[in-house]
Design a protein around this ligand. Structure first.
Ligand code: ATP
Length: 261
């Protein structure tokens, strides 16, 4: 056997080991997630911005590990605000919020990276890095935690493929359509395999077929135990997927089985 052929085979074998090791750690992390109890609990939570009115008032609910829940209500009702509280992107004005058993309203700033890893946040404003290409944007959360480059690339490619962006790795966000940018933000949020996914209006800019495909990506994650919360006013989407809906309407809050009437 020539030295080049041997080298080639060794490289292929190594790549397989890396992928296998990666799946192994994924399984372990999923087991870890399940034992970590990736639940969300709000107790008497109030939220106002500055001295303004209460956007959320005395909100109480508990989402069990692995649930798939919609947050619904009219525009301006406070859906994004609720998601931001869970992701630690906005502080509550009063009350207690627990995520994964940690009181995030009492979490010191040095513990924030933990929350960022545990909770994948996909907001309407995608916060992509416009001077980096699609691949670099998706790789960022993995680079931050010090994952080896080759593993980060393999996982980022897989995440881009999941959201239908294979072949667009080298494109900058500005060269992508609104819907593609949204899918890029989804790839970046799932690449870290969070315990909880919170998603704001994920299908707003997408055609029906792409919307269905993206919802299936969230379902796949949910099937392996990822607690998923989706803010939406798309009744068709909720009719297909919702088994529980948190409804915020005119300052009132309701926890509804299935889709609200
Ligand atoms: N940073 C902020 N400062 C002040 N007010 C804010 C801020 N963010 C949101 N609000 C106000 O809080 C209210 C709820 O906003 P939020 O974005 O949570 O609603 P929403 O239900 O997600 O709306 P939409 O469906 O239109 O996205 C709105 O009246 C909004 O103006």
């Amino acid at each position: 056997m020539s030295a080049n052929l041997r080298k080639g085979r060794l490289k292929t074998a190594l790549a397989h080991v890396i992928i296998l090791a990666d799946s192994y750690t994924h399984c372990l992390s999923l087991l870890g997630l399940l034992t970590l109890a990736n639940m969300i609990e709000f107790q008497h939570v109030f939220k106002s911005y500055g001295r303004g009115r209460n956007i959320l008032a005395d909100i109480n609910f508990r989402i069990e590990p692995g649930e798939f829940v919609f947050v619904s209500g009219p525009s301006g009702a406070g859906k994004s605000t609720l998601l931001k509280l869970i992701g630690g992107l906005e502080p509550a004005s009063r009350g207690s919020i627990s995520v994964n058993g940690h009181r995030i309203d009492k979490m010191p700033p040095r513990a924030r990276p933990y929350l960022r890893r545990a909770v994948g946040v996909i907001l309407q404003d995608t916060h992509l890095l416009y001077d980096r290409n699609a691949m670099q944007n998706v790789m960022l959360p993995l680079t931050v935690i010090g994952l080896e480059n080759s593993v980060a690339i393999t996982r980022s490619r897989a995440a881009l493929e999941k959201v239908g962006l294979s072949g667009k790795e080298d494109m900058k966000p500005i060269e992508l359509s609104g819907g593609e940018q949204q899918r890029l933000a989804i790839a970046r949020a799932i690449v870290n395999r969070p315990a909880i996914l919170i998603v704001d209006e994920p299908t707003a800019n997408l055609d029906d077929e792409t919307a269905r495909r993206i919802m299936e990506v969230f379902r796949d994650f949910n099937r392996v135990g990822v607690t998923t919360l989706i803010a939406s006013h798309d009744r068709g989407l909720m009719a297909s997927y919702a088994s529980r809906t948190l409804l915020i309407e005119a300052g009132r809050f309701a926890d509804v089985k299935g889709v609200p009437a």
